[in-house]
Write a protein that binds this ligand. Structure first.
Ligand code: ARG
Length: 406
C-alpha cells in the first residue's frame, strides 16, 4: 500500500542504501531515483545513473544547469557568503528539490525520499520544497537513526558496491560552483586537512611562481567575459575553476554554525567563486555609493542566511532580491584579478558608472577648492569636542573640591 517513492539520488553511500531500505523498512513497491545535474563532474552523474539503473526500479537524470547558473548569478550579485564562506551546497538545494518534485508529480509518486541525516542542514532545505508541493517526506537516515558504520555493513550485505572506506570516509558535496568535504578525521577540528581531500585546487606551495592576471567583465552585476572573450556562465565558471585551481585559489577550512545550532568543521574549495565574488565586491566599491554599500552589507547578510537556512520561499527573499537587483543596474565594468599562490587580489578596475573622479580626488588638481574643507572641518566632530571639554572641566572641578575638603 505504500506505493511509489521518488528518491533524490547522488549515487553515494547514503542515498544508495536508501533504495533497499525504502522497500524493506517502508514497504514501497517502486523506488525511482532522480539525479539532478548541477554541474557536478560528469563521471559522478554517469555513475549515479548506472547505480540508479542497477539498484532502483527506474532512474531519471535531469539537467538543471541552466536554473542553477541563474541562482549563481543572483548569488554573485548578493556576494553570498555565510559566516565567511561562499555559499555552495545550500544554493543548489532548492534547484535539486524542484526538479525532484517535477519528476514526483509526473510519476504520481506517493512520497519523496532523501538521504540526509537529522544533524545537517540539507534535510530542512529539501523538505521545505517537498512539503510546499504537498508531498509526504521520507528520511530513512534520520528516521532509522543510522550511522555510517551501519550503512557500510548493510550495503555490503545487500551487495551494493561501496567507494567510501574507513580510511577515506569523506562525505563530499560537489556542484559547478563549489566542493565541500566533511567527515572522518576532519571531524576533529585540530586535525589539518590532508592534501588528498582536495580535487579542484593544488596547494599554494605547488602553484606557479609567476602570477597570472585575469580581466573579468561584469554587466549589471553578472560576469559576462574573461580576458575580452564573452562566455556563458557555465563556461566562465568552469574556466575560472581551472585557472584559479592551478593557483591554489579558493580553499577554506572553517568552523560553521549549522541551522540546528551544531558547530561543524568544513573544508571547501571554490576557485571561481572566490575570484568572482572578490572581483564583484571590488567593482561595487567603485560604482555604488557609500550608503548603498553600507546598507547592502546588511541585506547581503540576511540574504545569505535565508539561502543557508533553506528559506528562500520567504517573502523577505523576494524583497531583498528586488533591492539587490536595483543596486546592480550600475554594476557594469571590469576588474583585473591577480592570482598568485592561493590568493586572488584585485589590481585594477574601471566602469562608466564609477563614482570616483580622479579630477576631484587627485593630489595634483585644483578643480575643487580644497580651502572650502575648512568650513566643513569646523563642524565635523563638534559634539565629540564638546563632550571631551565637559568631561575635562568636570574632572578639574572634582580635583579642586577634593583639595578644599581636606
Ligand atoms: N555545511 C555545508 C552546508 O550546509 C555543506 C555540507 C555539504 N555536505 C557534505 N556532505 N559535504 O551548506
Amino acid at each position: 500500500m505504500a506505493g511509489k517513492v521518488v528518491l533524490s539520488y547522488s549515487g553515494g553511500l547514503d542515498t544508495t542504501v536508501c533504495i533497499p531500505l525504502l522497500k524493506e523498512k517502508y514497504g514501497f513497491e517502486e523506488v525511482i531515483t532522480v539525479t539532478v545535474d548541477i554541474g557536478q563532474p560528469e563521471k559522478d552523474i554517469a555513475e549515479a545513473e548506472e547505480r540508479g539503473r542497477k539498484y532502483a526500479d527506474k532512474h531519471y537524470t535531469v539537467d538543471a544547469k541552466k536554473e542553477f547558473i541563474e541562482s549563481l548569478f543572483m548569488l554573485i550579485k548578493a556576494n553570498g557568503d555565510y559566516e565567511g564562506y561562499v555559499l555552495g551546497t545550500s544554493i543548489a538545494r532548492p534547484v535539486i528539490a524542484k526538479k525532484t518534485v517535477e519528476i514526483a508529480e509526473k510519476e504520481k509518486a506517493d512520497a519523496i525520499a532523501h538521504g540526509c541525516t537529522g544533524k545537517g542542514n540539507d534535510q530542512l532545505r529539501f523538505e521545505n520544497v517537498y512539503l510546499q508541493h504537498g508531498f509526504r517526506v521520507i528520511a530513512p537516515m534520520r528516521e532509522l537513526n543510522l550511522t555510517r558504520e551501519w550503512e557500510i555493513d548493510y550495503a555490503r550485505n545487500k551487495g551494493i558496491e561501496i567507494k567510501v572506506t574507513k580510511e577515506k570516509p569523506w562525505s563530499i558535496d560537489e556542484n559547478l560552483w563549489s566542493r565541500s568535504v566533511e567527515g572522518g578525521k576532519l571531524e576533529d577540528p585540530s586535525f589539518s586537512p590532508p592534501e588528498e581531500i582536495f580535487e579542484w585546487t593544488v596547494s599554494p606551495e605547488k602553484s606557479p611562481n609567476t602570477p597570472e592576471v585575469l580581466k573579468i567583465e561584469f554587466e549589471r552585476g553578472v560576469p559576462v567575459a574573461l580576458n575580452g572573450e564573452r562566455l556563458d556562465g557555465y563556461t566562465l565558471i568552469k574556466r575560472l575553476n581551472e585557472i584559479g585551481g592551478r593557483h591554489g585559489v579558493g580553499r577554506i577550512d572553517m568552523m560553521e554554525d549549522r541551522v540546528l545550532g551544531l558547530k561543524a568543521r568544513e573544508n571547501y574549495e571554490h576557485p571561481a567563486a572566490t575570484i568572482l565574488i572578490t572581483a564583484h565586491r571590488d567593482l561595487e566599491k567603485l560604482v555604488l555609493s557609500r550608503r548603498e554599500l553600507k546598507f547592502k552589507k546588511v541585506v547581503e547578510e540576511e540574504w545569505a542566511e535565508l539561502v543557508y537556512y533553506g528559506l528562500t520561499n520567504d517573502p523577505l527573499f523576494d524583497a531583498l532580491n528586488a533591492f539587490i537587483d536595483k543596486t546592480q543596474e550600475r554594476v557594469t565594468g571590469w576588474v583585473k584579478m591577480r592570482l598568485y599562490k592561493g590568493s586572488a587580489t584585485p589590481v585594477g578596475r574601471g566602469s562608466e558608472y564609477a563614482l570616483y573622479s580622479e579630477e576631484l580626488t587627485s593630489f595634483d588638481t585644483t578643480l575643487i577648492d580644497q580651502r572650502l574643507a575648512e568650513g566643513y572641518s569646523a563642524f565635523h566632530g563638534l559634539q565629540g569636542r564638546l563632550y571631551r571639554e565637559i568631561m575635562r572641566r568636570k574632572a578639574k572641578r572634582e580635583k579642586t573640591d577634593q583639595y578644599s575638603d581636606s
